[in-house]
Design a protein around this ligand. Structure first.
Ligand SMILES: [Fe+2]
Length: 332
């Protein structure tokens, strides 16, 4: 949904300002022949930001900063005027919406048979030799791997290229974004081993989004992930649909006046907003469990709601896992 269409109903932005936004937002959306040149896209975005919130192009609003811990991100009046929704929606205008892929539209991409057969068992065995750790450490980075299966993933497999393409960081797009994403791919891709226990109160098991703009996390699973092994959980959805915008409008306003529901936990005002399962089902959406066969690459837009799944008995799930959030989410 477009920003101006959504904000109309709250009657907090005057007609003249809404008309100003509409003109620019329609251009950002427009067909090929009317579409502004790529370098003009940020110009249009920041004209809207200036008009509605009096912010400059170098404002933190246009950065990847996600927490509501600083002005103007936690300004109550600006949030009433839709500041958080402005960030959510306009960061999705880096590229024209008709170029959006499944990753942008509903968030989940599953690629089975990802590696050549002869490497799958090798990668599986090599991953099992790594420390039992869920986050990156000096000794579990993929880039440093010297064993043949993992080395193949680094040097010959299309993993990096595939991952970067979903966040529009191809070499032929923007050198700035490509270099930023490449450095993060290198630093943030590691051998993840999740020891998942029944009812462990892991806060990663609560549905949340990581950030307000499309960002990527991926898991290459060399082994089958059955339902009982605690698969990745995901909500496939258009994050700028009206029910979602209602949720984020209300939550951003509650956070800005420090009246947010404390049962959502402290990550909520830090910008990794929590949502309850019943709120998802009330929107007619489902919390899906992504059980996959061996040799599958799972790619998720973590601007969507996701969580770690539950196990029926203790289980260790191995993967090659990575995460990339670009620095400049409003610039093409
Ligand atoms: Fe997350």
């Amino acid at each position: 949904m477009k920003f101006y269409e959504y904000m109309k109903k709250h009657k907090v932005i005057n007609e003249e300002d809404l008309a100003f936004v509409k003109e620019r937002e329609d251009d950002l959306y427009a067909d090929q022949k009317y579409r502004p040149h790529i370098s003009d896209r940020f110009q249009l975005i920041q004209e809207v930001g200036k008009k509605l919130y009096n912010i400059e192009p170098n404002s933190i609003v246009y950065s990847a900063h996600k927490s509501f811990d600083t002005l103007p991100l936690n300004n109550p009046d600006m949030n009433r005027r839709g500041l958080h929704l402005f960030r959510m929606i306009f960061s999705r205008y880096r590229f024209p919406r008709d170029q959006d892929t499944t990753f942008d539209k509903s968030g989940l991409v599953i690629m089975e048979d990802f590696l050549k057969d002869e490497f799958v068992k090798l990668v599986s065995e090599e991953c099992a030799l790594y420390p039992l750790i869920t986050n990156k450490q000096p000794d579990n980075l993929l880039v440093d791997a010297q064993t043949p299966g993992l080395k193949h993933v680094v040097v010959d497999s299309p993993l990096k290229e595939v991952v970067l393409s979903f966040i529009r960081c191809k070499e032929n797009q923007s050198k700035y974004h490509y270099d930023d994403a490449s450095a993060k791919y290198r630093r943030n891709t590691f051998i993840q081993r999740v020891l998942n226990k029944v009812d462990d109160k892991d806060e990663q098991k609560v549905l949340h989004k990581d950030i307000f703009f499309p960002a990527i996390k991926f898991w290459y699973f060399p082994d089958e992930v059955k339902e009982e092994y605690g698969p990745f959980n995901f909500v496939e959805a258009d994050m700028v649909s009206e029910p979602m915008l209602d949720f984020f409008y209300e939550q951003s306003n509650m956070i800005a006046i420090d009246a947010w529901d404390r049962s959502r936990d402290r990550s909520h005002p830090e910008g990794s907003m929590r949502i309850f399962d019943h709120e998802i089902s009330d929107m007619g959406l489902v919390r899906k469990s992504v059980a996959v066969p061996a040799n599958t690459l799972v790619i998720a837009n973590v601007g969507n709601f996701h969580a770690r799944g539950n196990v029926t008995k203790e289980w260790t799930r191995n993967s090659i896992h990575g995460s990339i959030r670009i620095n400049e989410p409003f610039r093409p």
